[in-house]
Design a protein around this ligand. Structure first.
Ligand code: SAH
Length: 240
């Protein structure tokens, strides 16, 4: 029997700069996966849905203030006029901070439709009307949603089946155990007077595992008390 081809995971971008895509996602792992049809990308120009001959997508804010706001009627036309699978995600500093849990959730679905804001942002009503999932890539302000969308898509695409060769290299990464990753070493064995930790040369797999886990715990406790507390909580639940 012929194996049924898997549908590609679909990224659909709504943007006024479609030429920013695939950009860096056209290279390396993500680029190869795109060529192989593991995922697909459509960047749709919001200006194509503008209602006037100047193709304007923004207007000045009610209530005054600096900058321009993207119009709800134009954005709604772009959203409705672009049927695509998956939730509608709006990139915004006000959103839920992107983390590996959300990345895994989105990777497990059929795709995402991503609205990239520009100017001061978008009219609130269009987000409310479509129940958009608001996602931030961190506590800083970018000049547009496109680089944030590239970050989110990069994190998703590498989890799609067949993109990264070994499942092992995903299983041991930062955040997969709720911990930051242990340090890595490669040749030369001694570099500028700095030796590789002895245990890694021992060939003793159990000891190496224990050492790496200890390192991951130490670095998480020192750098990210928030993750450390959550890790301890989860450990107590699973052991209690
Ligand atoms: N006035 C807004 C910032 C506008 S920045 C505010 O103070 O929150 C312009 C666009 O860039 C936003 O509409 C959003 O789509 C995107 N953006 C900026 N920073 C972002 C971040 N940290 N995460 C996700 N998207 C971001």
């Amino acid at each position: 029997m012929e194996e049924k081809a898997r549908q590609p995971w679909r990224a659909t971008l709504l943007t006024i700069f479609p030429e920013m895509f695939p950009g860096p996602l056209g290279l390396s792992l993500a680029g190869r996966a795109l060529e192989e049809g593991i995922w697909s990308l459509d960047a749709v120009d919001i200006r194509g849905f503008a209602l006037d001959r100047h193709r304007s997508v923004d207007d000045s804010p009610f209530g005054g203030g600096a900058g321009m706001v993207m119009r709800p009627d134009v954005l709604d036309a772009a959203i409705r006029g672009t049927p695509a699978p998956g939730p509608l995600v709006y990139m915004t500093p006000r959103g839920r901070t992107l983390d590996q849990v959300l990345v895994r959730e989105l990777a497990a679905g059929p795709g995402v439709k991503v609205l990239c804001g520009r100017f001061e942002g978008v009219d609130q009503r269009v987000l409310d009307a479509h129940g958009a999932l608001e996602v931030s890539v961190g506590d800083f302000v970018l000049s547009g949603g496109e680089p944030a969308a590239l970050v989110m898509l990069d994190a998703i695409v590498r989890l799609l089946p067949g993109v990264i060769g070994t499942a092992d290299s995903l299983a041991e990464e930062s955040f997969e155990w709720g911990l930051l990753e242990y340090p890595h070493y490669t040749r030369p064995q001694t570099w500028e007077g700095r030796a590789v930790p002895e245990v890694l040369l021992s060939g003793h797999h159990e000891k190496i595992r224990a050492w790496r886990k200890r390192q991951a715990e130490d670095i998480t406790r020192q750098r990210r008390p928030d993750l450390w507390d959550r890790y301890l909580g989860a450990k107590n639940v699973s052991e209690g």
